[in-house]
Design a protein around this ligand. Structure first.
Ligand SMILES: *Cc1c(COP(=O)(O)O)cnc(C)c1O
Length: 393
């Protein structure tokens, strides 16, 4: 069944699960089998050589994993999708499959910490030429791309200051020089933003975050053109960063409520960002949905909702953060984001813990910054919670 003509909420529930399921089951089974047996040797050979559809060995593909891949493929409007053990599995496999000695990648300074490590430490070991540009300096990015590159790697909105990168403009620049544009769409989710429709060739997600949405399973996905996804899949199949059926089931289950959760999180985040912006104990709020955010116009152009994540800084020093955060009741002070429960933490201890104070300053990350990932709790309870904790400062 072709789900691309249906709305995202319908596809989230049904995509990948329409075949008659065993025993009349109404939800997809977790197929734990490592290998898949054949009576007919010719059929086995055809599947093994890719001439017929089917399953051979779960490092390559698995029926439960395939259900998840189908859901994300439809939601991103892609030709093909594949999956990985984690979001970093998706990112590293993509970059290593597309790049090699003498190749060049252009990216931005504000990528997710793990991606940033690949650019700074690991890819250069394989003689990959890496150029990291100012995240919102689109002229600089265009100029670097125009010099010639193989991959343009973007992420938007970024972590932790929610900078917005103009996907359509930069993907067009990449197309001119024949470069592949890859976008990490983890923060926005396919409900709020579809990079492929804006001209990107590949989209990566940490499925650990909003897609799964319950902080109980790790995974990564990649989708885009058949040719490029196939290329990365062939590398992943061999290096073995495959997604397990149990995790795929949990993420696919989470995805059934993706639109419901994202709609709630979009609305609550905007309400909370506006509240914090007006609060005297808060010195700055970074949320692309605020008219005062420098990336608001681009965000309005390329996003249908502004997402569930914001960051804000408190007046005073880091001591105020230490005082404030433990006072919050409906917040897990933890790394990660995109869950049904609200999660918060300072980049100083979470995403940017490896950097020095000086390096964080260069990236425009105030020491008293707090990343706040809004859950699906009732927004008035979250506001009351913030209000009482801020009152103690
Ligand atoms: C968490 C995250 C990743 C990495 O995903 P894992 O599942 O933790 O490997 C990549 N990109 C972004 C934007 C993230 O938030």
């Amino acid at each position: 069944m072709d789900f691309s003509k249906y709305k995202k909420s319908t596809a989230s529930v049904w995509a990948g699960e329409t075949d008659p399921l065993p025993n009349g089951a109404v939800t997809t089974p977790i197929v734990k089998s490592v290998a898949f047996a054949y009576h007919d040797l010719d059929e086995w050979h055809n599947v093994a050589t890719g001439k017929a559809e089917g399953y051979i060995y779960s490092r390559n593909t698995n029926p439960t994993v395939h259900v998840l891949e189908e859901k994300i493929r439809i939601l991103e409007g892609a030709e093909a999708a594949t999956s990985f053990a984690t979001g970093m599995g998706a990112i590293s496999n993509t970059l290593f499959a597309l790049l090699g000695p003498g190749k060049r990648v252009v990216s931005i300074k504000d990528t997710y910490g793990g991606a940033s490590r690949l650019f700074l430490d690991f890819l250069p070991r394989y003689q990959v030429n890496v150029t990291l540009c100012g995240t919102t300096d689109f002229d600089e990015i265009e100029a670097e791309v125009a010099k010639g590159c193989d991959v343009l790697y973007l992420e938007t909105p970024t972590n932790p200051t929610l900078k917005v990168v103009d996907i359509a403009r930069l993907a067009a620049a990449a197309k001119k020089v024949g470069a592949v544009t890859v976008v990490d769409n983890t923060f926005a989710t396919p409900i709020n933003q579809n990079p492929l429709a804006l001209g990107a060739d590949l989209v990566v997600h940490s499925a650990t975050k909003f897609l799964g949405g319950h902080s109980d399973a790790m995974g990564g996905v990649l989708c885009g053109t058949k040719e490029l996804v196939e290329k990365v899949f062939q590398f992943r199949e061999i290096n073995g960063a495959s997604l397990q059926a149990d995790a795929a089931y949990m993420i696919a289950r989470g995805m059934k409520t993706l639109e419901l959760r994202i709609e709630r999180q979009n609305a609550s985040a905007l309400t909370i960002a506006r509240y914090l912006k007006a609060h005297p104990k808060v010195s700055d709020v970074f949320y692309p949905g605020l008219e005062t955010h420098p990336g608001h116009d681009v965000a309005k152009k390329q996003m249908s909702g502004f997402g569930g994540i914001m960051s804000f800084s408190l007046v005073g020093s880091y001591d105020n953060v230490k005082k404030f955060l433990p006072k919050l009741q409906f917040v897990h002070l933890a790394a990660s984001l995109g869950s049904v429960s609200t999660l918060a933490g300072p980049p100083r201890t979470t995403s940017h813990v490896e950097l020095t104070e000086e390096q964080r300053k260069l990236l425009g990350i105030p020491e008293s910054l707090i990343r706040y990932s809004v859950g699906i709790e009732n927004v008035s309870d979250l506001l009351t919670d913030l209000e009482s904790a801020l009152a103690t400062l």
